[in-house]
Write a protein that binds this ligand. Structure first.
Ligand SMILES: *Cc1c(COP(=O)(O)O)cnc(C)c1O
Length: 393
């Protein structure tokens, strides 16, 4: 087949003209927390979401092998076809317990879970109330949740980020008998701030709304034993294994009826092959390690505190960050890219985040602190960022 490349090349050119063309760089592993570029330069990784360094932990690799040897490297089919092994059932139980919920279901990725949850809830609403679901979202929720709304044919009503008064107003305006759904995150991926879970819980109860909280950036890193922040204050919790848990895949934790509904109605569960035992073995090992990583969590938090203080001292804006994710807000795309380049020349990878990931004019370096960073590395990064920003004039 031929004849379409010109169209795609034109599309890429248009992106280039808008300064929005991206491509994946090549990297070589250079030890925990380090990356080596093609030219040999070694960078300290301040960008990945491997918060606890578990991505390269030997126990995860070992358990992945063990599970693959016992169960195979693939799962063969959707679990509705080939069923659930005792190992997977136990893992689901562990995840439900971690979140203090009755039950859980595993998915192959957080993106996939989020893209299928809203359509599944929307279907319940139509089937049982005859009315479309009403979806109310924090405007900064992850793209995958927006994708789920689009897949359900629903236009989400957006409240200003973390603005509980605005949420209350939207809930009061939500007329109709359809299921009301609130979507938010416990830690926001680009700002590193936290949702007000007590108020969300209270508003959801008061207005009879089904509260879904994505804990992608809290699971493993925050809360007692790395349980995250929700602590039972939501109807449904989503989490991913791909960040602090060092592997891949995701889960939804909720009541038993909610999970059984998803097992029947969530497209990403029904029509996708179940996660590989390789991956789930690694997750099982990560769950073993989490409770004893209190010191790693404390250290990560103290690095983030130190970095924020350094940035404020340099007159830079870190927004409302209160977690291991610290944005350094710069503004325009060109300046932000220039700063990221300077910081990289100094030996640190802190990637520039631009639209469409964040709203125009709020470009930033997204700095992520990891348990294996040292205070010296963080001081070095802070000096490089402050220097590069001064260089902007
Ligand atoms: C990363 C992320 C996801 C997607 O999870 P994957 O398992 O990487 O697909 C979903 N929600 C949020 C908030 C995320 O940051």
């Amino acid at each position: 087949m031929m004849g379409f490349d010109d169209l795609f090349l034109k599309g890429l050119d248009t992106l280039g003209g808008q300064g929005r063309l991206r491509s994946c760089r090549s990297w070589h592993g250079a030890g925990p927390g380090l990356l080596r570029a093609d030219d040999g330069a070694v960078l300290v990784d301040f960008s990945s979401n491997d918060y606890l360094g578990l991505r390269t932990h030997p126990l995860l690799a070992q358990r992945a092998q063990d599970w693959a040897r016992e169960e195979g490297s693939g799962s063969g089919a959707s679990r509705l076809v080939t069923g659930t092994s005792p190992q997977v059932a136990r893992l689901e139980r562990r995840v439900a317990d971690l979140k203090g919920m009755q039950a859980a279901r595993l998915f192959s990725s957080g993106w996939q879970a989020n893209a299928s949850i809203v359509p599944a809830l929307a279907r319940l609403s139509m089937q049982e109330t005859g009315a479309p679901a009403i979806v109310i979202v924090d405007r900064l929720i992850h793209a995958s949740l927006y994708h789920g709304c689009a897949a359900a044919g629903l236009r989400p009503r957006r409240f200003r980020h973390n603005d509980m008064d605005h949420l209350r107003t939207l809930l009061e305006q939500a007329k109709g008998s359809g299921l009301r759904i609130i979507l938010t995150e416990s830690v926001f991926s680009m700002d590193g701030d936290r949702a007000d879970l007590a108020s969300l819980h209270d508003l959801a109860r008061r207005h009879h709304a089904f509260l879904c909280v994505d804990e992608a950036h809290a699971t493993g890193v925050l809360g007692e034993s790395g349980k995250g922040l929700v602590a039972g204050r939501a109807d449904l919790v989503i989490g991913t294994f791909s960040k602090a848990l060092g592997s891949m895949g995701a889960f939804v934790a909720a009541s038993d009826p909610v999970c059984r509904w998803l097992e029947n109605a969530a497209s990403g569960f029904v029509f996708s092959t179940a996660p590989s035992p390789l991956v789930l073995g690694a997750v099982d090992a990560a769950l073993d390690l989490l409770p004893a990583m209190e010191e790693a969590r404390r250290h990560t938090a103290s690095l983030a505190d130190a970095f924020r203080k350094d940035m404020l001292r340099a007159g830079l804006d870190v927004g409302p960050s209160s977690t291991q994710i610290v944005p350094v807000l710069i503004g325009g795309e060109a300046e932000t890219l220039a700063v990221a380049r300077r910081v990289e020349q100094a030996g640190f990878l802190a990637v520039a985040i631009r639209p469409p990931t964040v709203p125009p004019g709020s470009c930033r370096l997204r700095v992520v602190l990891h348990a294996h960073h040292t205070h010296a590395q963080v001081n070095g990064l802070a000096a490089a960022v402050a220097d590069a920003c001064r260089g902007l004039g």
